[in-house]
Design a protein around this ligand. Structure first.
Ligand SMILES: *Cc1c(COP(=O)(O)O)cnc(C)c1O
Length: 389
């Protein structure tokens, strides 16, 4: 029998959908044009880029001239933050962000902090949520930008960006949100939201890796990070990745269809079954992040007195792909800055496990995980130096 494989790491990346791949293939070799060339090959490529821009814009209620394609979500975050900081006509030097942002935002802010900018990192509550009052209290006369993520990648909590954006608008402060986890998964309509810039990444919504986009509200000026041929309205020079962009467009159209089919409800029911099952079957485990103001596909838990890495490796051996909170990207075992900001102590934060579902996750998959996960914890607890597990 084929060993069962259950991929539950969709917050890290998603599988490219079949229709996305099909939309991309021609632009790797059959249709070789540069979208900036005037001949028929170039015009064909330009058409593909334009169509995708329309699809991505339409997914979030933006105008086509408000979408700038970038190399990935990280590049879009960098462009939003550095680009608006450097473009500020009033030369304001204060930027607000939150303590739980993705590194693409937090490290960009930290770096600006070393070059003469003053950065405020807003605290979060025990669910990882940023409260409007804390933002209100942090705005100063020299605040130029606030960047607060739409939903957190580690614990799935969705922030009240409508209220956060409204506060910024009232005070003449730009508002950027990193929507990499939400775009294509929960409906977004920038024509109604007080958001000035919004980051998306194709590979978190069944598109290809290496293609992102920044929504830039009409009238907002950014200083480009890449100078050159003036592509993407002069904000992001370089020959467009036609295949990647065509894939992003197809992913945006797929996302619209998934909303219509009720995928959000289907996947959140499975997610709830998984989380309820885990806390019922595994003693001393609890859900991290908000239970309801949460990404529909996102589950995250902490298992006390266990290392998340140990769980990850044994789950991997059982054919289940999950991630642990203390992602040792730097080779260190520092627990996640998100869990610490939520008030968890180091030891508990080390036991975090993230299980993020996708559109091909089935009820059988969830049953399989609920069968395998508890005995793995039991074994690890028997081996653990901590007593009383
Ligand atoms: C994945 C992710 C990013 C980075 O996107 P890339 O396309 O991988 O660079 C940024 N922010 C959040 C919240 C993410 O989950």
């Amino acid at each position: 029998m084929e060993p069962r494989k259950v991929y539950l790491d969709n917050s890290a990346t998603t599988k490219v959908a079949e229709e996305v791949l099909n939309a991309m293939i021609p632009y790797f070799s059959n249709d070789p044009g540069n979208p900036n060339s005037l001949h028929q090959w170039g015009r064909g490529a330009r058409r593909a880029v334009d169509e995708s821009r329309e699809s991505v814009a339409s997914l979030i209620g933006a105008g086509i001239h408000e979408i700038v394609f970038t190399g990935n979500g990280s590049a879009a975050d960098n462009l939003a933050i550095k680009g608006s900081a450097w473009a500020d006509k009033k030369n304001r030097k204060h930027i607000i962000t939150s303590a739980v942002e993705h590194h693409a935002v937090i490290d960009t802010c930290k770096w600006l902090g070393k070059t003469g900018y003053d950065i405020t990192y807003l605290p979060v509550d025990e669910f990882g949520m940023v409260h409007p009052e804390t933002l209100k209290g942090a705005i100063r006369d020299d605040t130029l930008l606030a960047s607060v993520m739409h939903a957190n990648n580690e614990v799935g909590t969705v922030n009240p960006i409508e209220e956060l954006g409204a506060i910024c608008r009232e005070r003449g402060v730009l508002f950027h949100t990193d929507a990499v986890q939400t775009a294509g998964h929960i409906p977004i309509d920038v024509s109604k939201l007080p958001v000035d810039m919004l980051t998306m990444s194709a590979h978190k919504m069944y598109g290809p890796k290496g293609t992102g986009a920044l929504y830039v509200r009409k009238g907002i000026k950014l200083v480009p990070l890449v100078h050159g041929g003036g592509q993407e309205y002069g904000i992001r020079s370089g020959t467009e990745d036609t295949a990647g962009i065509a894939g992003f467009g197809a992913a945006a159209r797929l996302a619209k269809r998934l909303f219509e089919e009720g995928e959000e409800t289907r996947v959140s029911c499975l997610r709830d079954k998984l989380l309820d099952g885990i806390i019922e079957k595994i003693p001393n485990s609890f859900v991290t992040g908000h239970r309801t103001k949460r990404l529909p596909f996102h589950g995250s838990v902490c298992v006390r007195r266990i290392e998340g890495e140990g769980i990850l490796l044994r789950m991997d051996y059982a054919g289940i792909g999950v991630s642990s909170g203390s992602a040792c990207t730097s080779g260190s075992l520092e627990p996640s800055h998100v869990l610490l900001a939520m008030g968890l102590d180091h030891a508990t934060a080390h036991g975090s496990v993230r299980l993020t579902l996708g559109r091909d996750t089935t009820e059988d998959d969830i049953n399989y995980v609920l069968e395998k996960f508890p005995p793995i914890v039991e074994i690890l607890r028997k081996m653990s130096p901590y007593k009383g597990g």
